[in-house]
Design a protein around this ligand. Sequence first.
Ligand code: ADP
Ligand code: MG
Length: 247
Amino acid sequence: MKNSIEVKHLSTSYYGQEALQDINFSAGTGKLIGIIGPNGAGKSTLMKSMLGLIPIDEGQISFAGMTLKEARNKIAYVPQRAAIDWDFPIIVLDAVLLGTYPNLGVFRRPKKADREWAYECLKKVGMEDYSKRQIGELSGGQQQRVFLARALAQKANFFFLDEPLVGIDVTSEELIMNILKSLRDEGKSIFVVHHDLAKVEEYFEDLVLLNKKLIKSGTVKNVLRPELMREAYKAQFSLLDSMGVFS
Ligand code: ADP
Ligand code: MG
């Protein structure tokens, strides 16, 4: 469908061990969609599978009627912070500039206008004063803001962020969520792997609840139900319940 992202019969395994089992869901464009589930549920694997970053066993994924190949330069991905090599020697502005490469074409080098646009994107995340710093020198929240700037620089329509709010300060969290909400209001689709269930209702319209299989997808109200959460989180459920997550 033209206005949704669809995942059909997606299965992925690592070395013969199944990590995702026949996942089916569709999500409307112009939405903030949380991907939730316990540790090891396959949340990161789902994102990587949807983006063609790892081989899948089976499945079709479409982005507003486009194949991955057709949609590729309209997709921005921010991996889990732990998966990024922060010792890689690159300054902040250049890291953001990398986000403009999908729009540059193979033989073009970044020009003044590209640098200016990268700087604009840094401004949006309040990191322009750090443009010449090495990325490894930044705090967790600052790093995450820079990677969001890089995603913004890509002028994408589809955003995928894997646990962007983990290990960051409150100011960065608010700033990032505000930017994601304004992207949503512009009609972009934003998938966010998220683990803090206390904030789920505040942050997202729709949820995809996973534990190897799809437990449920849909509106927050329809997914955040005790019986479904129990099925997904199993042993951890009573702890979550006692924390008042479902009340
Ligand atoms: P989540 O992001 O929900 O915590 P992951 O998608 O990272 O879960 O992992 C899902 C399952 O796949 C886990 O059992 C994990 O151990 C396994 N897994 C993830 N990445 C790899 C990999 N590169 N090689 C082998 N197994 C992996
Ligand atoms: Mg993960």
